[in-house]
Design a protein around this ligand. Structure first.
Ligand code: NAD
Ligand code: HSO
Ligand code: ZN
Length: 427
């Protein structure tokens, strides 16, 4: 990790540039695959599964027998861990249900809003560098609580043409209605257009690498909604002398481990802490099995020394990290004033991994600065609001004149007439 001392504000964006590929290069590939799958359906999907995942499949649909086999293969200990995570994720997302909003805006004019589940949703579970069974829980649990009817899940097959048992076990446990062995751009294209085996969906959810993220963004041009751009993992930690350097290093390494395009950043008002973390990273790295990936991501990453908490906060809000760990003497200051972050982790005993797996919050979060405008996945992501209104005779008399005047001001006579006729009838 390189260390930068007191950078000038004008240099922040350059220093914190995300290590992602140029989107333009990926867009051409994504466009080509979308066109092919729109025209050729499952045959197109199979072609790209063979090209990118190196496996030729007769069918990409997961069978009941495969699910039964998976259930028998998952160790009891992992089943119990999944159960605890499921309970916490369920509690946190079920608590997000809201009451119907209903207001009489003017006497006789009743307006209300009700939520409805999105009927057909497509979940994407990454599997390129690691099979993210936890993502199955993060997406299917809120989908089920929201009441979505068709919950489809796509994830890339391994070299044996299978999905890992834990992914199938979790998907079955959480009420996924169809599981398909397909990953990457081809999965997103299939959700967008529908194929013989993969249903077209109304909204696509889930994280993925840059290919998946750019493909999701293209899906919106064809009228399919997406949760948000949730690309390569990011973590920013603000820590001072009150933090445990070994814990800080472990947290930075945990997100660097995701892939070479992950980005981790340490911001500190203590040079002593920056040095201690750097030594700890080198020590802990040697013990990690994914050392090559993790080392590359760490190489892309930066420690930044700043004079005080106010500067640190300004820099953090400008960057807008996906994950934000706060471990300082002034935690309350950061918690009150953070504007742009996906999920915040507070204090020495709140590792980011807790949110990845089992505390209850959702780990599908905006990256690449999209925290400035997007929320992470939550119960509302799987629902939409419909507004209703009912106006009585008294109500139309109370607001009719204003509608007539405004419609006339816009030059829309037919709009005005729709009110005028009713008001006349009531005279
Ligand atoms: N933001 C979040 O909420 C969040 C959550 C979890 C994971 N993540 C991120 O998700 C990502 C998962 O990435 P992954 O690669 O492990 O799995 P993935 O499933 O997203 O991507 C794997 C697929 O990419 C496709 N692919 C690979 N190389 C390609 C190429 N050259 N051209 C076209 N397609 C290609 C293949 O089809 C493969 O199946 C990581 O970057 C991780 O940090 C983000
Ligand atoms: N940190 C990832 C979100 O960026 C989620 C995850 C899943 N498994 C481990 N981590
Ligand atoms: Zn993670």
């Amino acid at each position: 990790m390189k260390t930068i001392l007191n950078p000038q504000k004008k240099d922040w964006n350059k220093i914190l540039e995300r290590p992602t590929k140029k989107v333009g290069d990926i867009e051409a590939t994504v466009n080509e695959i979308f066109t092919d799958i729109q025209a050729n359906g499952d045959a197109g999907v199979a072609k790209y599964t063979e090209k990118f995942d190196g496996i030729a499949l007769d069918s990409n649909l997961v069978s009941v027998a495969e699910i039964e086999e998976a259930i028998s293969l998952v160790p009891k200990e992992l089943k119990e861990a999944i159960q605890q995570a499921k309970e916490n994720i369920t509690k946190f997302h079920a608590a997000q249900k809201t009451e119907k909003v209903s207001v009489e805006t003017t006497k006789g004019v009743q307006c209300w809003q009700e939520k409805r589940p999105i009927q057909k949703v497509g979940l994407y579970v990454p599997g390129g560098t690691a099979p993210l069974l936890s993502t199955v829980l993060m997406l299917s649990i809120p989908a089920k609580i929201a009441g979505c009817k068709e919950i489809v899940l796509c994830s890339p097959p391994n070299k044996e043409g299978k999905l890992p048992p834990a992914i199938l076990y979790a998907a079955n446990l959480c009420g996924v209605t169809k599981i398909i062995k397909v990953g990457g751009i081809q999965a997103i294209a299939a959700y967008t257009f529908g194929t013989e085996t993969i249903p077209q969906v109304y909204k696509i959810f889930g994280p993925g690498n840059q290919f998946v993220t750019v493909a999701k963004q293209l899906a919106t041009k064809y009228g399919v909604a997406i949760d948000m751009p949730a690309g390569p993992s990011e973590l920013l930690i603000v820590a001072d002398d009150s933090a445990n350097a070994s814990f800080v290093a472990a947290d930075l390494l945990s997100q660097a481990e995701h892939g070479i395009d992950s980005q981790v950043v340490l911001v500190s008002t203590s040079k002593k802490l920056i040095d201690a973390v750097s030594i700890e990273i080198e020590k802990q790295l040697l013990e990690l099995p994914r050392i090559e990936i993790t080392q590359k991501a760490i190489h892309n990453s930066t420690s930044i020394f700043v004079e005080n908490d106010a500067i640190a906060l300004e820099l953090i809000n400008e960057y807008g990290p996906e994950h934000f760990i706060v471990c300082t003497k002034n935690n309350a200051f950061y918690i009150e004033n953070i504007e742009n972050a996906g999920s915040v982790f507070i204090g020495n005993y709140t590792p980011e991994s807790a949110g990845d797996y089992a505390s209850g919050t959702n780990h599908t979060l905006p990256t690449n600065g999209f925290t400035k405008a997007y929320s992470g996945v939550n119960l509302d992501s799987f629902m939409k609001s419909i507004t209703f209104q009912e106006i009585s005779k008294e109500g139309i008399q109370n607001i009719g004149k204003s509608i007539e005047i405004m419609a006339a001001a816009e030059g829309l006579q037919a709009h005005k007439n729709a009110v005028t006729l009713r008001l006349k009838e009531l005279l």
